[in-house]
Design a binder for this molecule. Sequence first.
Ligand code: HSE
Length: 310
Amino acid sequence: MSDEWVRIAAPATTSNIGPGFDTFGLAMSEPCDIIEGRKIDSGFKIAEVSGPGSDKIPKDPKINSVTIAAEQVLKRCGADFGIELRIKKGIRPCSGMGSSGASAAGGAVLANILCGEKLSPTQMILCAAHAEDVISGGLHADNVSPCILGGFTVIRSYEPFDVIRIEPPKNLGMVVALPDIMVATSDARKVLPHEVSIKDLVFHVGNASTMVYGMMTGDLGIISRSVKDAVFEPARARLVPFLKEAEKEAVSNGALVSFLGGSGPCIMSFYDSNTNIGGAIAEKVKAVYTDNGIKCDTWVTKPGVGCKRI
Ligand code: HSE
């Protein structure tokens, strides 16, 4: 049995992006989880979990996103070995930055390498999405898809599963502000309405369509105008104190648009990275929280290539 450790950097992602609930996703270039693993005779062993929020990550392989996804890969490949793992979180759980999705995607990519790269990217996405289903209480692949494929992804259909990747504009700057508030995706999904009106459906279809056009043509103006959500962010806003104030502050300081990242509580802002104002936007959004006694981490980042071996 080879004991070579394989190391994967699995990036944060932002999902929904206004109108594309459970369908749109965008990989960031940082932060990342680092998932390391090597073959063992059988079963799964999580040797170490470190990094922000690691105390909240279960070491029981039955309920850990990395191992649930990796196990699916081993099953599909008919593997006759197990995996020992070390998980270094760079993305804390309950952030809305695709933390469990990054771990699941990293676990799937790692296991696939150990199996001799038998699975396609779509098959790896399905393995990682299964882990998301178990962990977050709902099948959604909008974080794991960009985490594996990189760039901007659109899930056309879940059954049968069909996803496409679009290269986002080079100057699409991203600022993420993560207040020290925990919102579990499973809780954020419980507050959603079960039905939407035709009016809201029309609004979302229009904005989702123009978002895809903007990503394909590199038009930051139409991307920003298309980040509109009549249903999901309004239902979740009460879970994130100072959300509207933070979004307003970002836009007042040059962001093109600001919105709830995924299921929250992170606040995502887009800006034109040719302007170099990412740091200033981050400081201003952070101040909304620190002025109210809430710690807040920030990242100035950009679209990324998805999971990579390092
Ligand atoms: N689309 C999912 C949701 C993403 O909003 O619940 C979770 O990060």
